[in-house]
Structures are given as C-alpha cells and as structure tokens.
Write a protein that binds this ligand. Structure first.
Ligand code: SF4
Length: 360
C-alpha cells in the first residue's frame, strides 16, 4: 500500500521546501549553547552528516541571536531560530540570517509585536513556524472545553488566520500535546482544517529507547494517514539519534529512503552463525552512507532466502557460511568470517563509493 500524502502549501526555508509535495524533511535541534559558535557548528555538522535537513537552535538572548550570523556562515543547511516571549529576539534572529523562526504567538504578547515579526520576516523572505504547545496555551483556549487537542487546534488556526489576514502565508504549523493520543488527535483534526504544511513530532518524548518508540507510534500513525511535511523526533540524548530515528521511521513507511536499511531476523535455534553480531557490524560499517537500498541479513534456510531475495542485497546464512543474493539472484557462497566484508563491499559497489561515501 502506498501512502497518499495530503497536499499542502509549499513553504521555502532556505534551500529546503516544506510541504507542496516535497520530500518529508527531518529536523533536529542543537543542545549546545547557541552563543558557543564553535560547539554549535560542530554539532550541526554532525547532524547534517546523519541526514538532518534543517536545524533549530534556541535563541534565548541577544548574544544567541547575534551568534546566528557566524553559525550561518559556517553551515550549509537552513537555520531555524527558536524564540519565546521576546519579539525583539525574533527580529534580531531574522536580521542575523535565520531562514525560519519558530514562535508561539501566544507568548509573544500583543498583536502589534507579532505584526512587527511578520513584517520583518516578509522583508527577508523568512518562514515562520507557529509552534503551539499545550503547556504554553493562552488561558482562553485552555478553558474553552473539548479537551487539549481541540484547544491546540483552535489556537493554531486562529494564529494562522491572523497571519493570512496580514498577507503572510509562509508559515508552518505544529500542535504538540503532552500525550501521544492527544497529539495524534490534534494533528488529525488540524490537517482537515488547513492546507498549511505541518511540522509533526511528540514533545518531551523521553530517553533513547522509550522516546523513539513513542515517537514512532505517533509519527507512524500520522504519516500513514498522509499527515506531516517535516518532522522532529525529540529525545533526551545526542540529537544525532533524533535524525537517525526520523529517517528510519520514514524508510519503514516507504516515504523516504536515503540510507542503507538493514533487515535482519531475530535468530533462533536454527541459526548457525553469530547473526546478531553480523547485523550490528553491517549497520555500524554502513552508518552515514547515503545509499538508499535494503540489505537483508538472515539466519537460516527457512526464511532466509525468501527475505534475502526481496532485498537489494541479502545474505542467507547456513552452516558457518551464507548465500549472497544481489538484486534477488543468488551470487555466491561466502564463509562466515568473510560475510561482513563481502556484504559491506557489495553495498558500497552498488551505491558507488565516490558518490555516496560521506566526508567524516
Ligand atoms: Fe530462525 Fe531462520 Fe527465522 Fe532467523 S530466518 S529467525 S534463524 S527461522
């Protein structure tokens, strides 16, 4: 089954388009102090290498806003400034080169202040994300009845209407509730009421394992309904994991494949090789390689050949050896000790080393 994506309005953020049928982009956010330009640039480069399409940094004071200029000059993916409370920080972030700013209009203050941001963003062709979180919703919405999802959607739509009334349409919306089910409900309702592109994600998802599981559930449901133009997986960990998990979610749904996808069996008593180790090592050796193919690492002759045949490259292990498949056809037998190198070499050959080997 192919997922039919909802067509939204396309919004340009630097060199990346969000919505309008463009590939679903993967975002992350730095954890360094933004004013520490060296550390921030270093982290952004690691994120880009992992497949981050656009990156957000927190701008909590003027020192951070001014640092954007230097950061921007040293990176090659669009830069998003995350602003709360102070409209002057938004103006300064735009002046210092942000490609997009994320604000929650509800905590910026009067409409006059929001209008000043819209004017400056228009002048510099900068996009804005209306990022509404339940925790920071205006009292009026929190008390309107109908639950958190309704409050988030109504609030976001009202801000969207205000932007449009003031001739600003380059905006993206996010509505992040505190729980997975409320987040799914909010985005599902929102997508029926706007054609603005949607940034999807689960806020405060958690640590690496549980956070990835919760994010996969929420994003999986939304994406399978055709909802979502850009995503962020939020994790209490190295943000590089956020990017990797984001890409894996998209690949699992066949929405976007940029990297090698490893398919491996859980192993059982039939397996005669150390398959878990082999699968892990293949994954490690191929991490970061932009080769969009499926590699199957299977443990025995029961399901192995079938799965290996379906993948672009596969190995079906037998007694201390394996049968290598390429494009569905058996190619040769490989001794257990050689499997790792042969698989990696075959993948690199298929991908074209020079084209796909990324700078380390
Ligand atoms: Fe067991 Fe073979 Fe299935 Fe792997 S492919 S889980 S070894 S039956």
């Amino acid at each position: 089954m192919m997922i039919e994506r909802k067509v939204t309005r396309g919004v340009k953020v630097g060199g990346v388009t969000i919505g309008g049928g463009a590939l679903i982009s993967v975002q992350s956010m730095t954890t360094t102090k933004t004013e520490d330009v060296k550390a921030t640039v270093l982290q952004i480069n690691r994120l880009q290498e992992a497949g981050c399409d656009l990156v957000r940094v927190a701008v909590k004071d003027q020192a951070a806003a001014k640092a954007l200029k230097s950061i921007k000059s040293e990176i090659s993916i669009p830069l998003v400034a995350d602003i709360h409370f102070d409209y002057k920080l938004a103006l300064s972030a735009i002046e210092n080169g942000a490609d997009k700013i994320r604000i929650n209009p509800g905590n910026i203050g009067s409409n006059d202040r929001v209008l000043k941001i819209l004017d400056k963003a228009k002048e510099r062709s900068v996009a804005i994300r209306i990022g509404v979180n339940f925790g920071s919703l205006h009292k009026k919405y929190r008390e309107m009845g109908g639950g958190p999802a309704r409050a988030l959607v109504e609030s976001a739509l009202e801000y969207g209407a205000f932007f449009e009334e003031n001739d600003f349409i380059d905006f993206i919306i996010s509505v992040k509730a505190s729980t997975p089910t409320e987040t799914i409900e909010a985005y599902t309702n929102l997508s029926t009421k706007t054609n603005a592109p949607l940034h999807i994600g689960l806020t405060e998802a958690g640590t690496l394992l549980f956070g990835s599981v919760k994010s996969s559930v929420v994003l999986g449901v939304l994406l399978s309904r055709g909802i979502g133009d850009t995503l962020r997986v939020s994790l209490s960990d190295d943000p590089v994991h956020e990017v990797r998990v984001g890409h894996k979610i998209l690949a699992a749904l066949d929405l976007r494949r940029e990297f090698v996808e490893i398919i491996s069996c859980p192993t059982c008593a039939r397996c005669e090789v150390d398959l878990t180790k082999l699968a892990r090592e293949v994954e490690e050796r191929l991490a970061g390689k932009r080769i969009p193919i499926k590699v199957a690492v299977m443990g025995c002759a029961v399901n192995g050949p079938g799965e290996a045949r379906k993948a672009d490259i596969g190995i079906a292990a037998g007694r201390k050896e394996g049968l290598l498949f390429v494009s569905g056809k058996p190619v040769k037998k490989v001794a257990e000790a050689e499997m790792l190198d042969v698989l990696v070499e075959t993948v690199l050959e298929m991908g074209g080393r020079d084209k796909f080997d990324r700078k380390r």
